[in-house]
Design a protein around this ligand. Sequence first.
Ligand code: ZN
Length: 353
Amino acid sequence: MIANLINQLDNISSEADKEISSVNSLAQLNELHTKFLGRKGLVAKLMGAMRDLQPEDKPKLGQKANEVKSLITGILEKKEAELQANEDSEKIKKDKIDVSLPGTSQKTGGIHPLTQTINEIIDIFVQLGFAVEEGREIEDEWHTFDALNIPKSHPARDVQDTFFVKSSQEIDSSDNQNVLRTHTSPVQIRVMQNSTPPLKFIAPGRVYRNETIDASHYSMFHQVEGLYVNENVTFAELKGTLLSWAHAYYGPDVDLRFRPSYFPFTEPSAEVDVTCTMCAGKGCSVCKQTGWVEILGAGMVHPNVFKSVGYDPEKVSGFAFGMGPERIAMLKHRINDIRLFYENDTRFLKQFV
Ligand SMILES: [Zn+2]
């Protein structure tokens, strides 16, 4: 009987060896541990026969069972270490960080294309000796129109063109209503009222018009206005100043063309074109085949403007000019819709970062 039991233990041992070598997961290995060495496992079951043995055979079976148990334990431990190592290396492979991959970039802000354009325009005029002045966006009619020689009958003063701060029903009989400034020219008036010539400054800022919004019109836009007042200021100085600015902004090959025009606050007045930079003046769709694009208005300060601020037009003269950064940026970057500037669409804005 003892020989038979020992033989069975050997069989369990070799069966365990075979089955353990073929498992490939720790869970399966755990099942085999229970099957062979568990409290109700094959070895334990066989030990149940102990009580039927002769007393001298009992230690023999006990010894053999211990040998088999430690053999199977050894095989299980070896297999467990092997499987554990495999799992670890799989995990390492899965979690591996490739440090050469590009990181997730943060979205960063940028300077708005209009602000960039305004800053570029300002920088050049500062180098030409101009100071920078700012004024209020809510202005009274006198500073916006009267002082700039714009008569009461002028269509610009109509509610169709100008935002009055009171609604049209509320506008009282007073002839000096508050308006959203329609141009930056009231800054000229306020600076001249508070200073004596010589004066040389630019005034960048937002202006407002009661416009129907479309691809080339918006109810709010920007102007950069310039004013130079001194004794004996000439039109030639105006031309020289604007040409210096154009060469700095567009490059040394552009030219300016002055076309006679009319503005209430300057006399003589001119609309000023610059050589089309898209075609270098040869003619293209941007310049409508003319080789020129209009970029600003300018002229010699009207004597009535000087009178309105208490300057003697017999003693001082000056030039003024105004340009639209939206138009300049649109021409430069070939932007075909002014509304893009104000919609905050990052697909548009990120092109200028
Ligand atoms: Zn052109």
